[in-house]
Design a protein around this ligand. Structure first.
Ligand code: ATP
Ligand code: MG
Length: 261
């Protein structure tokens, strides 16, 4: 069975998509069979891997409404071992479907759909939208765990309590196995005192929930790195666009920790 990990934070622009794409690519690089599932109508994960609208007819929306099987929308990517379930702006329509109070088990639609492919992949990485609406709830309900990227900037921890409450509510109700895999500081800049402060705050509040390559060593931090920012426009993860960059190393380290379990 695959391990299913959501990348979530309702705050926008904190590095969710970047983390989903590059963690997925790094796991694939380690020989793991990986599905990257884009469940954000913005479709940034899909675009980051070089796909534009004309390249695929069906997407995760069609899976969620039941007109296609998940296996029918999967795309091969230019990374060995990595497949993509693409998204499209049309996915906004699913909010209406999921809000229909008559629809039973609407939080569990994605979980049901994932069953079809869960033997095929070692990992399923889900990139969720910047909202705590029905799409993210579906992602969290289908997942074994969640990674929460935290941008090392002002307001970094704002809204976090709400996300943590949602996770604990889901854990108590429909998804008891859901765990917080960890917090991932992103866009860290060593010259910036604010970055350092955010990291200190995180270490203070969530010491046991940061990722470490070695016990007692510094936690994994994704640096602000221009190669990371450039790579989506080349349709590649940073791990192939700039394989030896600091950004690549951080995401490879994260994958190492995830594989270790
Ligand atoms: P949204 O909430 O809109 O889905 P997001 O949380 O998925 O956003 P990203 O799209 O991953 O965030 O990142 C936001 C922007 O910051 C993007 O332009 C991305 O390329 C850039 N970015 C992310 N991480 C880094 C980094 N470590 N260094 C430099 N730029 C980064
Ligand atoms: Mg995103």
């Amino acid at each position: 069975m695959s391990e299913i990990i959501s990348i979530a934070n309702q705050k926008g622009g904190v590095g969710k998509t970047t983390t989903a794409v590059n963690l997925a690519a790094s796991l694939a690089e380690k020989g793991k069979k990986v599905l990257l599932l884009d469940i954000d109508p913005q479709s940034n994960a899909t675009t980051s891997l070089g796909f534009s609208r004309g390249d695929y007819e069906f997407n995760i929306y069609h899976v969620l409404i039941g007109s296609k099987k998940l296996s029918e929308v999967l795309l091969e990517t230019n990374i060995k071992n990595l497949q993509l379930a693409p998204s499209n702006i049309g996915l906004v329509g699913i909010e209406k479907e999921f809000y229909n109070p008559k629809k039973k088990n609407r939080e569990l639609v994605l979980k049901e759909k994932l069953k079809e492919v869960s033997k095929k992949f070692d990992f399923i990485i889900i990139d969720s939208p910047p909202a705590l609406g029905p799409i993210t709830i579906n992602a969290l309900s289908a997942s074994d765990s969640v990674i929460i990227p935290i941008q090392c900037e002002f307001f970094a921890l704002e809204g976090l309590a709400q996300l943590l409450n949602t996770v604990s509510l889901l854990k108590k109700t429909i998804n008891p196995k859901l765990k917080i895999k960890g917090f991932l500081p992103t866009m860290y800049s060593g010259q910036n005192n604010l970055s350092k402060q955010v990291l200190e705050d995180l270490s203070h509040h969530f010491k046991d929930k940061l990722f470490h390559m070695k016990k007692g060593k510094e936690c994994i931090v994704v640096p602000r790195n221009v190669k990371i920012a450039e790579s989506p426009s080349f349709g590649k993860p940073v791990t192939t666009y700039a394989s030896t960059s600091k950004g690549s190393i951080a995401y490879r380290d994260l994958a190492t920790v995830i594989v270790r379990g």
